[in-house]
Design a protein around this ligand. Sequence first.
Ligand code: M3P
Ligand code: FE
Length: 314
Amino acid sequence: MSVLRVGHINIRVLDMDESVNHYCNVLGMEMVHKDDAGNVYLKGWDEWDKYSVVLSQEESAGMNHIAFKVKSDGDLDSYKQRIADYGISVEEDAAGALPFIGRSLRFNLPSGHEMRLYAEKEFVGTAVGSTNPEPWPDGLRGAGVHWLDHALLMCELDPEKAVNKVAESTQFMIDVLDFYLVEQVMVGPDGDIQAATWLSTSNTPHDIAFVGGPVQGLHHCAFFLDSWDDVLKAADVMSKNKVKVDVTPQRHGITRGYTIYAFDPSGNRFETFGGLGYLAQPDRPVTTWTEDELGRGIFYHTGELVESFTSVYT
Ligand code: M3P
Ligand code: FE
């Protein structure tokens, strides 16, 4: 039984046309479907399932849900039981409730974020196919992102009120969904407040991350690029397209990734994330960042936290 990876994210946008232009021409995703309600489904060229991003036009930006793919249909029964036993209410939706997807589970993390689990999504294949494939396809647009890599969710953290949804959501992911803790930030006078965590269900440094803040929300979703050169080119593409950039190319101390943070036209932060960082394994010792070195953990070169980075999110 296992969770394979982040399967898709459903993002709220304010203007669909502007957003489709952004995700297709700046990030380089392909629009694969539009449903009767006007939701748009997008896929990265290196992904083999039907879609990884769903855009929904609504009054406010943010995330509606994040979905993870599990290995087999029977896993859904096991996880449903384990989630319920943990004391979290869980609903099952029939196949097709989410387009091109088999039956799925719906529940909220302790932080309040909605999560779905599914085992089947229509297979369409990558842009280079599976027989004698070329390393990349012709005709890539913009940054040409490979796949949806991870998401970082902001969780309520208020040590004075003894509220720590980062720690609660982290424990849930470990105890119930079989993720393992890869890196964490510990703060407070005794260094015993878990203020941020990076968790994996694969061999990459993270598939999901949680950071503490005043209210819950979406900090960013991240799209994978191969190399530092690709990250630099993505920055050029963003400038060409007048995308609002939050943080120009940098290295993360945490996860060792190469990064750019920027905003989609609705103000949702996204990241173009390069490199695989290191090979993560479940028995790897957990990396801990202390409060005094947090700046370098997040932005390794400047070592400084950017004010907007922790205060602005959707
Ligand atoms: C990443 C990453 C924060 C750190 C973010 C790190 C929000 O996004 O991919 O490693 O504190
Ligand atoms: Fe990230």
